[in-house]
Design a protein around this ligand. Sequence first.
Ligand SMILES: [Zn+2]
Length: 370
Amino acid sequence: MNQITQENIQVGEIANGLPLSIPVYRVQGDGSGPKVYIQANMHGAEVQGNAVIYQLLEQLKHLPLKADVTLVPYANPIGCNQKSGEFTLGRFDPITGTNWNRMYVDHSHLVEEFIETHLDCSLEQIKASFRQRLLDHTNTQLAQPHDRINTGKRIALNLQRLAHEADIVLDLHTGPISAKHLYCPEYAKPSASYFNIPHVLLIPNDFDGAMDEASFCPWWKLQQAYAEKGRQIPVFTEAFTVELGSQEKIDLEEALNDANSLVSYLTYKQAFSGSPQQPEEMTRYACTLENYRTFYAPMGGMIEYTAKPGDKVEAGQTIAKILRMERYLSENPLNTISIDEDAITILHFASASVNQGTELFKFFTKYEIL
Ligand SMILES: [Zn+2]
């Protein structure tokens, strides 16, 4: 049985002086596998990842583990406690309005100086030395005087320090009301088929502030820089944002399915001796970020979402009905909303009352089979 250890790291203080802390669980393998980092609940209402981490820990105790796995539930101790009435908010820092998953720091600039001094090193040396650079740089940023780092950046840098130790980073999120989907960097496309996730969103290998990008971008840029110098090296790190389904929901049975999905991918990445999980057979659809369409509410009103997450819709098909009761006597109060192209419904807004221009749906358009 593999031993699980716990450490609580402090990532800030709140107004009454109490520490903000995050539980960090570690399971050691035999040292011959990759290093894996998995976190959940960076956005307050996206709680299902905590249940997936629970189911993963239950399995990792017994599996023949080669990898060292670090698991962080409740990655954002402010977010999941930010309630308003019966709902959890926690997508944005309530003070600054910044999305909690856009506060990570891009360390890609370290590539330029690194490559000048490590051009002819072995692959093992490159990987170890560059990883150390990322860790040292993150530690330096965290060691700044406290008056130089805001709340969100302090949380993000603490998480990034853990993530930079790993070859594989999985950031567990959910949509509002959502089908399962995977944010996959384009270079890691072959890995997407090992998750039991039918919808794969291929994102450019660029930085936009999220944990997955903060984890893979420096390594992608490193590979690019070596290629420019005429040397081919692998991208040593893979990182994904795993969208597990809908927010404000814990489903332990579904969490077990998702844990199996992650174990399947980790099996492919040699995290275990033997093959504890194989990917399920399913049709997987891929869509590029530029074809991931946001559909805004064309009018305000009270909405019934008729296209459900995962549904395929055809051009001209009704996707929602919007009720406008102030028009009941003057004109048709019931409006049908349709989409003008074939698509797969990935997610929709969680509330039934919407303003004109509210982000109503997200669709895969111009998708293909992976
Ligand atoms: Zn999220």
